[in-house]
Design a protein around this ligand. Sequence first.
Ligand SMILES: Nc1ncnc2c1ncn2[C@@H]1O[C@H](COP(=O)(O)OP(=O)(O)O)[C@@H](O)[C@H]1O
Ligand SMILES: [Mg+2]
Length: 243
Amino acid sequence: MAVNRDKKEPVIEVQDICKTYFMPGGMSQSVLKHVSFDVMPGEFVAIMGHSGSGKSTLMNILGCLDRPTSGVYKLAGKSVSDKTDAELAEIRGREIGFVFQNFNLLMKRTIADNVSLPLIYQGVSEAERHERAVQMLHKVQLNGYEDRLPTQISGGMQQRVAIARALINNPKIIFADEPTGNLDSKTSDEIMDLFTALNKQGITIVLVTHEDDVADYAERMIKIGDGRKVYDGLRAEYQKDEE
Ligand SMILES: Nc1ncnc2c1ncn2[C@@H]1O[C@H](COP(=O)(O)OP(=O)(O)O)[C@@H](O)[C@H]1O
Ligand SMILES: [Mg+2]
């Protein structure tokens, strides 16, 4: 039987997603409104939008940290909407790496311990955890730093540790929410070069940023305005005065 090996399935399918936050006292806020898009394997997508537009809310749904109020979200072809919290945690551990603005490192643990932390939940032995941490630190050019503490290295290096931690399970996708938000522009460029290299190796990257220079590294841009998708196309074709 002939198989068309070029035919790829989307790795992310967002279908008419809405998210409403319900506050105590009966108040509610509609934050995402009928958002739909697909992401194909190997894409590099920047999600942009003003502060408060719903970017982190969308990322939390994409990363299975939160659920939509309505609509369907499929990751790797499977609907995550009706999965249990335990199943979502399992999907997160297997398919996804996260990078955050504030690095989210354990400050009293060594860099190797921080990188190998996700493996603890899989019952990987201490010796193997250390070996894999050393391999990942090599990928982010931090070989030799495994026994230091996060407080002993720069912010850019801390973010590279966080990226090494995100890579430890060989994820298909990396979600990064404002990963350069706490870094100077030269260090931001180094981090973005690292994401570009990982993307060239086949990892799908979805990154939230409000900085134009950072978004320029992505091929595709999705812009969120007041909870709605207001642009979805090539970053290079985006006209900053449209909207
Ligand atoms: N857990 C929450 N409960 C209630 N409101 C929230 C919660 N998280 C975010 N919001 C509100 O949703 C809106 C969008 O927030 P967010 O997704 O963080 O936007 P962005 O990342 O684009 O700045 C904001 O008005 C914010 O106050
Ligand atoms: Mg945010």
